[in-house]
Design a protein around this ligand. Sequence first.
Ligand code: NI
Ligand code: MN
Length: 226
Amino acid sequence: MQFTYYGHSCFAVQIRGKNILFDPFITPNPLAAGIDINPIRADYIFLSHGHEDHIADCISIANRTCAIVVCSFEIHTWLNKQGITNTHPMNTGGKWVFDFGTVKCVVAQHSSGLPDGSYGGNPMGFVFTTEEGNFYYSGDTALTLDMQLIPEYTLLDFAVLCIGDNFTMGIEDAIQAARFIQCKKIIGVHYDTFGYIKIDHNKAKKAFSEQEKVLLLLEVGETQDI
Ligand code: NI
Ligand code: MN
């Protein structure tokens, strides 16, 4: 599966020819200044929650691409009011069979206010089960015991976990999360963007490898076959 990192918690995968974008926050991110959002293709945009650092570029990319935006019911209602009507509302615990595979919404322990103060519903993580591989994107979350349910649903090939601490899991909790979800290959997100979440890359990678896990930290704009 082709995986492209756009900085912070924004990334894209291609599955069965569909371009799936997550948590678009590019133009306000100084670390992603080299990314031009105009050529980014999206058939789907998944939003884990309503915070600015996860949805800043959603409306412009959705308008340009006509992507289906998959998000909580409350964010769906909010987007509809902004003129984005190609939305698919979901909520924690629910799953849906899309044309690229099945997505289950799982618990994220965080908050989810929208930029104008509107209520964004519950934050969520997503478990993707597809013919081209299975993965979990945690969204912004604390470590939760609920993560132990994920390997009951799906055997993961990789997981995209927040690792920057302060607002979300840090390194130690992300390693515990990797144990709970029984996944060896972790792609780190939600680090370095702000002063509060700067991490030491080598130390983080070493801490994972000492627990027989692999932490991948992609360059902004980098694409890898995962
Ligand atoms: Ni957040
Ligand atoms: Mn965030």
